[in-house]
Design a protein around this ligand. Structure first.
Ligand code: HAM
Length: 432
């Protein structure tokens, strides 16, 4: 029996054989994760970790049962006590559930959380779309003012900048408050009615269940009809209009380039007011690298205090694929500082002893797994990208010496075995 990873999932390994699978190497993942976490911490976000499964109802109440995520894409299961559970399809609802359950509001009025981990959606896998994917996301809880929206959009812009990604587009829109949406929906349905027969199957269903989502349709016939449709921005209440105008004004003030896209509504029901999406021209059909928006009211709906919130999430796989497409830098390999070469079996004990002492001094070290000929061992040290090599052979043993070779200059120095550790410690401090 041959086993393989479930459809739509993949392994992340230390080294892939095929260059096109470079994005499944652990090195770029760690490089990106470190930058995302560092930038988040610099912006004042604190990490939160939640379970990968939750009560199914949590997602139905928050994401909305007419959304694709809930109606088609959730991984659902019952545990042995017949509890209905779901693998988390997104990170906002779990973060808010944890915020409420842990009474975080008692620790202050404003909270900025970030998370990174696997999420699950049962969809047709394709480039950039997986059944287990990884999101990095942030949620800012407690502020409803436009500057908070701008802080989040600026944060998105900054993480991509810090990763070296270029040419992204920030698309923003407002879906307003409930009054604005009610007014727009009425006008939108009136506009759509004469075209109903020509709408796609999905849009016909949405016409009754969640008309706003028709704006999201990728169907070419729907797109043609939608060209003439009214703009939601013309139906915003005064509050929503002022909020959105101020967000745009402040974004311009801090030089964040953006475009207003009036058809942007997003596929999750909890959004209101500002919504946004960041697209990458490298990604093809699945071009959304990150997305987010305001969700005032969600915390209350889930049983918590009535606090306004806004957040954003970005897909790790899409970041990676964009960075590869743009030839971005992924950092240096994590190489050992020292590679110890034992040239004879008799030297293995001494070499291993030195290896342990180096590691106990927190110096990244590796050694030949068995006695090796010089040429082959030096090749291995080069493959590891070691900075220094310690060579121990029969000659060195009889003289209680080790040869230390600088792999950049190729210069070799003899050092007494007793002082190798101190010698390397000195090299390591001066190189850091
Ligand atoms: P979302 O738009 O569903 O929003 O997902 C955000 C990002 O996750 C997408 O832009 C994409 O990069 C990535 N993504 C989504 N589905 C997949 C998939 N099947 N395969 C690979 N990548 C995927 C949310 O999840 C919201 N919770 C964002 C948010 C946070 N809103 C407020 N706070």
């Amino acid at each position: 029996m041959k086993y393989s990873a479930p459809k739509g999932t993949f392994d992340i390994v230390s080294k892939t054989l095929k260059p096109e699978n470079f994005w499944k190497n652990i090195k770029p993942w760690k490089f990106i994760e470190n930058i995302l976490k560092k930038t988040a911490e610099d912006y004042g976000f604190k990490e939160i970790r939640t379970p990968i499964f939750e009560q199914m109802e949590l997602f139905i109440r928050s994401v909305g049962d007419s959304s694709d995520i809930i109606s088609k894409e959730m991984y659902l299961f019952e545990d042995k006590a017949q509890r209905s559970l779901a693998l988390r399809p997104e990170g906002t609802a779990p973060a808010i559930r944890a915020f409420i359950e842990n009474h975080l509001q008692q620790q202050g009025n404003y909270h900025k959380l970030y998370y990174l981990g696997p999420y699950f959606r049962y969809d047709r896998p394709q480039a950039g779309r997986y059944r287990q994917f990884h999101q990095f996301g942030v949620e800012a809880i407690g502020r409803g003012d436009p500057l908070q929206d701008v802080e989040i959009i600026d944060f998105c812009n900054q993480i991509y900048k810090n990763l070296g990604i270029k040419n992204l587009e920030i698309l923003i829109n407002s879906v307003g408050d409930s009054l604005s949406r009610e007014r727009f929906t009425k006008a939108f349905l009136t506009f759509l009615k004469p075209h109903f027969e020509h709408l796609s199957h999905d849009s016909k269903e949405r016409f009754y269940k969640n008309p706003l989502r028709i704006l999201d349709s990728k169907d070419p016939k729907d797109q043609e009809i939608l060209k003439e449709c009214p703009s939601i921005l013309d139906f915003l209440s005064d509050n929503s209009k002022n909020h959105f105008n101020e967000v745009c004004r402040q974004l311009t003030k801090i030089n964040i380039p953006y475009q207003i896209k009036t058809s942007l509504v997003r596929g999750l029901d909890y959004y209101n007011e500002t919504v946004f999406e960041i697209t990458s021209n490298v990604l093809g059909a699945q071009n959304s690298i990150g997305a987010g928006g305001r969700y005032n009211g969600l915390i209350k709906t889930l049983g918590g205090p009535d606090l306004p919130s806004i957040g954003f999430a970005t897909g790790m796989e899409r970041i990676l694929q964009t960075m590869i497409g743009q030839n971005c830098y992924f950092g240096e390999d994590n190489a050992p500082f020292v590679y110890i070469i034992a040239l004879d079996n008799e030297c293995m004990d001494v070499a291993f002893n030195l290896l342990c002492r180096l590691r106990h001094s927190n110096i990244a070290s590796e050694m030949t797994p068995k006695a090796r000929k010089m040429q082959k061992a030096l090749q291995e040290a080069d493959d590891y990208k070691a900075k220094y090599v310690v060579i121990i052979g029969e000659n060195e043993l009889t003289q209680s010496l080790a040869q230390i070779k600088d792999m950049t200059t190729r210069k070799a120095t003899n050092v007494s075995l007793d002082s190798v550790l101190a010698y390397i410690q000195k090299l390591s401090t001066s190189s850091s």
